[in-house]
Ligand binder design. Structure first.
Ligand SMILES: [Cu+2]
Length: 155
């Protein structure tokens, strides 16, 4: 059991650097999408890129509307909200994105609103950024592979 987990961990360690750099942002972290939380503070210092995802975790009566700048300012939502309680939004274009809760005064008085600025996709890393990095990365992958082999033998 533990060995399988170790193998899985080793494989992830080996392959993770080769995967896309897209990040997942859990809105509000463990607080989720709720009232009386400062989403401006949450978003500050974070960098959002095209291809990243936003995850909104919440329970009813909260919901989620993607709005424009005016809708954000006035807390005015139209159309059907997202309401799954676990809405995953892929940021598909650069620029400002606005999200609000459409329930009661959650947006207007209780701060349940989020604005982010999405930056263009991270350029693909160049194959050989520099020799030192390449060497370190190789050593790391060899080490990770060795861990995987040992884990498999131990299993
Ligand atoms: Cu709400």
């Amino acid at each position: 059991m533990a060995s399988y987990q170790l193998i899985a961990l080793a494989l992830v360690t080996i392959f993770l650097p080769t995967l896309t750099m897209a990040a997942e942002h859990i809105v509000g972290d463990e607080q989720g999408w709720t009232v009386n939380f400062n989403y401006t503070t949450w978003a500050s210092g974070k960098v959002f890129h095209v291809g990243d995802t936003l995850v909104f975790n919440y329970k009813p009566p909260h919901n989620l509307f993607k709005v424009d700048g005016a809708g954000f300012k006035d807390c005015a939502a139209s159309g059907e909200p997202m309401a799954s309680g676990n809405d995953i939004i892929t940021l598909s274009s650069p620029g400002k994105k606005w999200y609000i809760c459409g329930y009661g005064k959650h947006c207007s008085e209780l701060g349940q609103k989020l604005v982010i600025n999405v930056e263009a996709e991270t350029p693909a890393p160049t194959p050989e950024p520099n020799a030192a990095y390449g060497l370190a990365a190789s050593c790391y992958q060899i080490f990770a592979a060795a861990v995987a082999v040992v884990a498999m033998i131990a299993a």
